[in-house]
Design a protein around this ligand. Structure first.
Ligand SMILES: Cc1cc2nc3c(=O)[nH]c(=O)nc-3n(C[C@H](O)[C@H](O)[C@H](O)COP(=O)(O)OP(=O)(O)OC[C@H]3O[C@@H](n4cnc5c(N)ncnc54)[C@H](O)[C@@H]3O)c2cc1C
Ligand SMILES: NC(=O)c1ccc[n+]([C@@H]2O[C@H](COP(=O)([O-])OP(=O)(O)OC[C@H]3O[C@@H](n4cnc5c(N)ncnc54)[C@H](OP(=O)(O)O)[C@@H]3O)[C@@H](O)[C@H]2O)c1
Length: 509
């Protein structure tokens, strides 16, 4: 089939690799000049590194170079993704600096209109995979007084638009937000700025990279046991114990990480203690503390204004400034808004868009991949996790199987009920912090298991058991794609309609 993939980040690239290996003719569009998506040079802010350690932020069949640090920089990840392109011969299918403007139905397929060098062109494809990134379009609050602020020389940027730390040298800088981007960028800025103020709407719990300064967080949190500390929709095996008789032990394990981080970061001393306990981390953006952030607070180079927002930008004595909800006025030459992202698919026509969302605007995607009632369209990367490359790779395998008619799925109404149930569960579990249904944290491996369950594939029990107590290794999944490709090669040709009695039996790899 001819397949258009929108986006050359982690999700688009792994989809291109798997579908090419499955024999499809693939084109990958990206508006940026380089591959990498959030790791592109057009999006990286100074000081960016991964949160996931390098082994966990890898594809199953393409390890990160040994000489990279445990948490590689943005530039190193981008180069890793370039090496993936080279390793799997994907260069020829890349259409960089090409923006997809519209995707409309054309018979059984799709007409995709894209623009490169100011010139629009339309081509038809049998299938389309939307891999346009759920943390790609920055969301900037609409501050009152912005025009006056800008006219006085003030600058307002999104975190992903701030590329050169020199732009902050000797300036008064406000960083809005208290997520990972905000804390990262605040540390980089604080090294050169005259003053760095962080405006945090609410305090949230953050995991230390090294718990107690010693234990890499992956040893606890990036294991199946770590994931099982959070109650999933359906409990299996040991999870039943952890959320039953072992509930106190489970909570104690999570909250002890909280107690350690309170001491390690001096949260009480600095007045930065979040409400609730560490187990509430699941109710917000689950992320890591930035190295140097609390040290900056302690040393006086970073000033956090907690539980407040900017009510107005403007001028104070002719200088650009910002007023906070408590009336404080701060000088502000530069305001960096690390205030999150919007998730959208503006290139899809209205009819398709109406099928995609529930009444609260959440993406209705079966297994985070397949929209309901829109045949021939798939999503990848709408499963953001601590193992995003692995989740995206397994989703790509699922898409390859479906393209070949080799997936036996429940009827649409059953799938719809499953999606509705999953969204209701995530609403409850994360207090709606799931980015319109596109973020699966902290249930990364449950998603991998469900995707592989549909395929009738799974890695060996012993390896999975090892992942309960030690960090999960994406490399353990390297035989999944070859196993699917072998299975597809054995099939005579894709049936027009998949017979319901041909459910694949599970193969352990
Ligand atoms: C700063 C940052 C750090 C992160 N760190 C981690 C981490 O450590 N661990 C982890 O598991 N996850 C992390 N994540 C989550 C991250 O989103 C995923 O890891 C992954 O990189 C997302 O890949 P993607 O391909 O889905 O999307 P993206 O990387 O966002 O790529 C989408 C691409 O689509 C392109 N695009 C969008 N619309 C169009 C269009 N109309 N036409 C053409 N091209 C288009 C964009 O230009 C972009 O290049 C991080 C996210 C951010 C923002
Ligand atoms: N690898 C890495 O190191 C890394 C780096 C950056 C990002 N990421 C990932 O990328 C994703 C996005 O992270 P992010 O930090 O960019 O965004 P985020 O997690 O969505 O955080 C946005 C922050 O901005 C605040 N905010 C939003 N709207 C606001 C408004 N109108 N006024 C004031 N404050 C506002 C939010 O406050 P509330 O909490 O009150 O909503 C929150 O503190 C996350 O999954 C994250 O893990 C990873």
């Amino acid at each position: 089939m001819r397949v258009a993939i929108i986006g050359a980040g982690v999700a688009g690239l792994t989809t291109a690799k798997v579908l090419t290996q499955a024999g499809h003719d693939v084109e990958v569009f990206d508006r940026t000049p380089d591959v990498g998506g959030v790791w592109s040079r057009t999006r990286r802010y100074p000081g960016l590194t991964t949160q996931s350690p390098k082994t966990q932020y890898s594809f199953s069949d393409h390890p990160m170079p040994r000489d990279l640090p445990e948490w590689p920089t943005g530039a190193q990840v981008q180069r890793y993704l370039e090496s993936y392109v080279t390793e799997f011969g994907l260069s020829a299918c890349l259409r960089l600096e090409t923006t997809v403007e519209s995707v409309v139905r054309d018979g059984d397929g799709w007409a995709v209109t894209s623009r490169a060098n100011g010139k629009a062109s339309t081509a038809t494809y049998d299938r389309v995979v939307v891999a346009n990134g759920v943390f790609c379009e920055p969301s900037i609050p609409g501050f009152a007084g912005r025009e006056e602020f800008v006219a006085a020389g003030g600058r307002l940027l999104a975190g992903c638009e701030f590329h050169d730390v020199e732009d902050a040298r000797d300036k008064h800088v406000l960083v809005v937000g208290y997520g990972k981007s905000a804390c990262d960028v605040a540390v980089a800025i604080s090294e050169v700025a005259a003053r760095t103020d962080v405006i945090a709407r609410q305090m949230v719990w953050k995991l230390p990279r090294k718990i107690g300064g010693l234990l890499n967080f992956k040893m606890l949190m990036l294991t199946r046991l770590g994931e099982a500390l959070f109650r999933y929709r359906r409990l299996r095996g040991f999870e039943k114990f952890l959320h039953g008789p072992g509930n106190r032990l489970r909570r104690a394990m999570l909250n002890s990480v909280g107690s350690v981080s309170v001491r390690q970061f001096g949260l009480n001393r600095h007045g930065l203690l979040p409400r609730g306990r560490m187990e509430d981390i699941v109710k917000g953006a689950i992320g890591l503390a930035t190295e140097g952030f609390f040290e900056g607070v302690a040393g006086g180079s970073i000033h956090v204004h907690r539980d407040t927002t900017i009510t107005r930008l403007g001028t104070d004595g002719g200088r650009p400034s910002a007023e906070l909800a408590d009336g404080t006025v701060l000088p502000a030459d530069l305001v960096v808004c690390a205030t999150g992202f919007t998730q959208g698919v503006p290139f899809l026509d209205g009819g398709v868009q109406r099928q995609l969302f529930d009444e609260r605007g959440n993406f209705m995607l079966y297994r985070q991949i397949q929209p309901l009632g829109v045949p021939g369209l798939y999503f990848n990367g709408y499963n953001s996790s601590f193992f995003s490359p692995l989740n995206a790779e397994m989703a790509a395998v699922w898409i390859a199987a479906d393209l070949a008619g080799a997936l036996t799925l429940p009827e649409e109404e059953t799938r719809r009920a499953d999606v509705v149930g999953q969204l209701a569960f995530m609403d409850e579990a994360t207090d709606t912090h799931h980015c319109r249904g596109t973020k699966i944290l902290p249930f990364s491996m449950h998603n991998v298991d469900e995707v592989l369950g549909d395929l009738g594939l799974q890695i060996g029990r012993r390896t999975r058991a090892a992942h309960w107590l030690g960090p999960i290794s994406p490399a353990a999944y390297r035989k999944v794609t070859p196993a699917l490709l072998d299975r597809l090669a054995e099939r005579p040709s894709p049936p027009a309609v998949t017979p319901l009695d041909s459910a694949p039996t599970s193969i352990a790899l």
